[in-house]
Write a protein that binds this ligand. Sequence first.
Ligand code: OXD
Length: 309
Amino acid sequence: MALRVLLAIRGDDLAAWRDAFVAQLPDATFFSPENAPAEVDFVMAWRPPEHAFARTRVMRAIFNLGAGVDALLASPSLPREVPIYRLEDAGMAIQMAEYVLYAVLRAYREFDAYAAAQRESLWRRRPRIAKEAFGVGFLGVGVLGQAVARALAPLGFPLLGYARTPRQVRGVRMFIGAAMLGPFLRESRVLVCLLPSTSETRNLLSRELLAQLPRGAHVVNIARGEILCDDDLLALLDEGHLGGATLDVFAEEPLPRDHRFWHHPGITLTPHVAAVTLVPESVEQVAAKLRSIERGVEPAGRVDRRRGY
Ligand code: OXD
């Protein structure tokens, strides 16, 4: 029997996903949640509609068409036992690296201060910041975090990472366990958040945590908006403890028009574009994982539902 695949995808690019999957898996039959049969073999999901899985039993696996599985795991109709696989890199890592490199260099080379001086026609040189003291700290050292760290490595910034359990990352000085979070933060002149959104990371970037960063530090959030306490960030910027923030993700998206982030001079924001999902690369990767399951070989990128990523 032909493979039965449910496309539980919310967003404008459903047609592009469908076309690409049809091209990659010509032997499959595709369904939408509205016309799905009682059983399907696989599901391709991105921010699935609430009742996407209500009428359909999933026999083999669900593929999340993005890196973050928070929206999928929050789906009220998600079946309990079926394995879930997420996208790994699929063209996102290089985009994340571009984004973070820009934010780090802009902070380190003080481009905002030079832009302000230019507006006043001021020829004012600023002393070089010692690079040894300009640590770039990663909260989240998975596939994407490691790719960003690799891209930064040739520039010579001290690269730091924090993890709760022992972990080694090439070229990154790791701080392990809750007791090392403070020392990690104190050395991070730029804090890059790449954590998944789980019950444990929600509101993690609070005043208590951010205040441990050195004075003038810069926060980059390219993970999920729910991880950051907006008011705490704003307060620390207003008090001058933090030097700036580059934000791509927000608790509410689109960011409401009256949110203070829009006009705060210390904030640079972008509309969740740090790494856009590339349809051809993603479909190719998912199709390879699917074929691997068909051959009885477990593919990489399996989601641990208990941990939430
Ligand atoms: C993702 C995203 O999780 O685009 O892939 O946010």
